[in-house]
Design a protein around this ligand. Structure first.
Ligand SMILES: [Fe+2]
Ligand SMILES: [Fe+2]
Length: 271
């Protein structure tokens, strides 16, 4: 079975662009990825009506979907809900488990919830979650390609003078390194890019790829159109096809090919 992941992010229902949402739904249905990974911010304000719209969108996709919450999926203004039951609507409409796990034959994908009630705008990972990264991936054989999905990024966007990165990110990366993780998917920035995590984290020795997705369907774009990542894993190759909205449909905006060399080094084959 092909290893393809449609990595979509920052849907922001409540501020979605309906024609873009419809086109994305049609494209994903037609392409049939092995997994749709959604890296958070499904809603604009964590309202029930927005979660219902997100649920309806996900229900129309065929095949498995793995979702993590984002900071926008925690209520901001309803202070009681924010602290007493921050993920109530998320759990009710989207997924009962905030750290979802997908494992099927040669592909394992773990969601790690980084959204927090307190003013950790950059999100945070708990010690228990770091343990879970070890526990879930450790028993899997090497041939299983291992992926982590978070909302908040582990690395800043290129040229960002003030990087805001997920709390305890380095500890989580150390666990990912020990567990043999190859790919980290995230969102939040509404800017898409990819690279090797070691370019930012010099203490990490394992070559792990980072793929950030832009916002797939929301009007909250930041200098680039709506995009999502179509990722094809064919060891030793991995291709990240950034599919962008061109006004009428989604089309390839950039294609980055990576190859895994000796000593587990990911090397970019094309810009
Ligand atoms: Fe967002
Ligand atoms: Fe966010």
């Amino acid at each position: 079975m092909s290893r393809t992941i449609a990595h979509i992010s920052d849907l922001h229902f409540g501020r979605e662009d309906p024609p873009v949402a419809a086109a994305l739904r049609e494209e994903l249905t037609a392409r049939g990825p092995r997994l749709v990974a959604v890296s958070g911010d499904l809603t604009q304000r964590a309202r029930a009506v927005q979660f219902r719209a997100a649920r309806a969108f996900l229900d129309q996709l065929s095949g498995p979907v793995l979702v993590v919450p984002g900071n926008h999926d925690v209520p901001l203004f309803d202070v009681f809900s924010r602290f007493a039951r921050p993920l109530r609507n998320y759990r009710r409409y989207i997924a009962s488990e905030a750290d979802a796990f997908f494992h099927e034959e040669d592909l394992a994908v773990m969601g790690v919830n980084t959204a927090r009630s307190w003013t950790f705008k950059n999100g945070r990972i708990s010690r228990e979650q770091i343990e879970r990264i070890r526990d879930r991936f450790a028993p899997l054989p090497e041939r299983v390609f291992k992926v982590i999905v978070t909302h908040h990024p582990f690395v800043p966007s290129p040229g960002d003078p003030d990087p805001s990165l997920v709390g305890r990110g380095v500890h989580a990366l150390q666990a990912a390194e020990a567990a043999g993780v190859d790919l980290l998917l995230a969102g939040h920035l509404h800017v898409g890019f990819c690279g090797d995590v070691r370019a930012h984290h010099l203490s990490i020795k394992r070559s792990m790829l980072v793929a950030q997705a832009g916002t797939a369907i929301s009007v909250r774009t930041r200098g680039e159109p709506n995009t999502y990542n179509w990722i094809t894993i064919e060891p030793p190759h991995l291709v990240i096809d950034v599919r962008g909205w061109d006004g009428t449909g989604f089309a390839t905006r950039s294609l980055t090919r990576w190859v895994k060399r000796a000593q587990d080094e990911w090397e970019r084959e094309s810009p």
